[in-house]
Each structure stands twice: as structure tokens, then as C-alpha cells.
Design a protein around this ligand. Structure first.
Ligand code: FES
Ligand code: ZN
Length: 324
């Protein structure tokens, strides 16, 4: 198949666009998509400093590479979750990329800097991803705020966003739907959070990395078994297989039709945010979810188990972190 833009042989076939691209035009197209997304949502303004949350996977390395190529001042931050060899290998990919681009990479090691790791924080009977997601949101935002960055960039792609939307719709979780947007504005204690890859699929970011020679960690997190997000992704992939373009239609319909109707709820959510009495982070409760997680991680396993069977903790003061 010929490239959609020039006469070269196409190497990336995008079924949902009914088009193929040669390597150079594909990379150019990715840059244009990201530049347009940043512009239309006013994600990064002139002169602002961006911090990219880098996991060592294809999406975060692709978005970092794209931002650097588009001329943004973008540093990276790697969060060591303490998940054995998986964390070692993903950290190595992040460092290798930073060195190859002569870019600055900040590093947070949960065991060293926070006192616990994700395997230690994970409740034994639930998928650990909720503790992991909570820790990432809290710690990455803290690094961005403490180091004076204007905006925190994440590598969420179209597939991620469609899967999150699917889960939120399945549960009709209106507060989460109100917060699901490509750019969440800055607020006291929060850096702006943006997702410049929302128009690119997982396949596109993987192809981008291969073409650009970016070495990324391919293996899935070993703790992700039972993760609902992955299940929703698989379901949407089978839908996409039969009806190409379904995922982007689903996501675009949400942002164009439903998101504007949820503005009031989003503003209400933002107005209800106070600060954690222990760490000062934004939360709707007395103590933020991360501080509660830290308490839980510090308890011996036996006590954690008996705590679940014993008296229920008082509900008062339990809210959610505004970034949840
Ligand atoms: Fe968070 Fe695997 S990366 S639980
Ligand atoms: Zn706190």
C-alpha cells in the first residue's frame, strides 16, 4: 500500500483511518496530532516548564520524545515502584532514553524516599493497581509542584482513555466522568495535568517508538493480573476489530457531547477540595488517600487482615484525593 501523503511504500497501516503511511510521514503525522491536541486544549503555554511522567513504556517515552522535538522544555520523572526486576528494567529504559536525548530525568524511589513499595502497599485480596495509581498521582504531582513545573504530562493514549471511559460509563461514575478530560486545570497544590497522546492509539505509539529507535519496556507489569482496565481494553479491541474506528468515535462523542454537560459537576468537585491535615496535599477529606495508604502499608499483614474483619473505621473525614 502506498503512503497516504507521498509516493513511498506505506509501513504503518491505520485501519481506523483507512490509510497507510511511510515512516517519515507517520512520524510527521504523530507530531501534528500531538501539536494540535496541545494547542486545542491549551495544554502547555509558551514559556512553561513541563514534567513528563516516564514509566519506561512506549507511551511515556513517545510523548517525551514528541515534546522535545516540538521544542518544549520538558524534563522527565521516573517513579521506582519497587516491583522487582520489572521496575529495574523499566527504570533502565527511562534512563537510557534520557541519556540519549541529553534530557533531565528526576527519580523517586518509593522504598528509599517514601518508605514503602507497591507490593508492600497492595491489599492482599485486591488488584494492586488502585494503590499503584493512587501513589503515582500523588507522588508525581508532588514532584511537579515541589520543583515548580507548570504542567505534568502523562502518556495516556486513546486506548487508555477509551478503557477508562468504558469503566466509568459501565459504573455510571459521574464524578470520575466529570474529571476525565485531556487537560485538568491547575489548582492550589496541583500542577495542570495533560494527556497529549489522547488522539493516538497504542499501536501508533508503539510504531512511533519502533520507527524512532526508542527502546521501551514491552512486558506488562507482573502485578497487573486481574486489572479491570486491561479487561476493558481487550473488550474494546475486539469491538475495534469488527468495527474499526469505534474507540475513537466513543471517546470523541464523550468529549464533544457529554463533557460539556458535566462542567458544573467538575467545578463542584474542584470547589470541595481542601488540604490533608497530615501532608498538606489536596483532598476532599481530613486525611488524603495517600496518607491512609501509607498507614496501611506500615501495618503488619496480620493486623491489616484483622482490621478488615473488625470494627469498621469511622466514615467521617474519608474523602478522595482530588486527583483520584
Ligand atoms: Fe502499577 Fe503494575 S505498574 S501495579
Ligand atoms: Zn496526606
Amino acid at each position: 500500500m502506498k503512503c497516504h501523503r507521498c509516493d513511498e511504500q506505506g509501513v504503518v497501516d491505520l485501519r481506523h483511518r483507512r490509510a497507510a503511511y511511510c515512516a517519515a510521514c507517520f512520524v510527521q503525522r504523530c507530531r501534528e496530532q500531538v501539536a494540535n491536541t496541545i494547542r486545542s486544549h491549551r495544554m502547555i503555554r509558551p514559556g512553561e516548564r513541563a514534567l513528563v511522567a516516564v514509566s519506561g513504556g512506549k507511551d511515556s517515552l513517545a510523548v517525551w520524545d514528541l515534546l522535545l522535538d516540538l521544542g518544549y522544555e520538558a524534563d522527565g520523572v521516573y517513579l521506582g515502584l519497587g516491583i522487582g526486576g520489572y521496575s529495574d528494567r523499566s527504570g533502565a529504559c527511562a534512563k537510557e532514553f534520557a541519556e540519549s536525548r541529553d534530557a533531565r530525568l528526576l527519580e523517586v524511589d518509593m522504598a528509599r524516599d517514601v518508605g514503602f513499595t507497591i507490593p508492600q502497599a497492595a491489599p492482599s485480596r485486591r488488584a494492586p493497581c488502585s494503590s499503584c495509581g493512587l501513589s503515582k498521582r500523588h507522588l508525581l504531582n508532588k514532584v511537579a509542584v515541589d520543583h515548580g513545573y507548570d504542567v505534568l504530562v502523562t502518556g495516556h493514549n486513546l486506548d487508555d482513555e477509551a478503557a477508562v471511559l468504558f469503566g466509568n460509563v459501565l459504573n455510571w461514575n459521574l464524578p470520575y466522568l466529570a474529571r476525565q478530560r485531556p487537560a485538568l486545570p491547575e489548582a492550589p497544590g496541583f500542577a495542570r495535568r495533560v494527556k497529549p497522546l489522547v488522539r493516538l492509539t497504542e499501536r501508533e505509539t508503539a510504531a512511533y517508538c519502533v520507527i524512532r529507535g526508542i527502546d521501551y519496556i514491552i512486558e506488562e507489569c507482573p502485578m497487573a493480573a486481574g486489572n479491570r482496565h486491561l479487561m476493558y481494553k481487550e473488550m474494546l479491541n475486539s469491538l475495534e476489530e469488527r468495527a474499526p474506528g469505534s474507540k475513537s468515535t466513543f471517546l470523541r462523542g464523550f468529549s464533544e457531547r457529554l463533557m460539556p454537560l458535566l462542567e458544573d459537576l467538575a467545578a463542584e468537585e474542584r470547589a470541595g477540595v481542601g488540604t490533608c491535615s497530615r501532608c498538606g496535599s489536596p483532598t476532599t477529606g481530613d486525611v488524603c488517600a495517600f496518607c491512609r495508604l501509607r498507614d496501611q502499608a506500615g501495618r503488619p499483614p496480620a493486623r491489616r487482615r484483622s482490621g478488615r474483619r473488625g470494627r469498621r473505621p469511622a466514615r467521617r473525614g474519608r474523602g478522595h484525593d482530588a486527583a483520584e
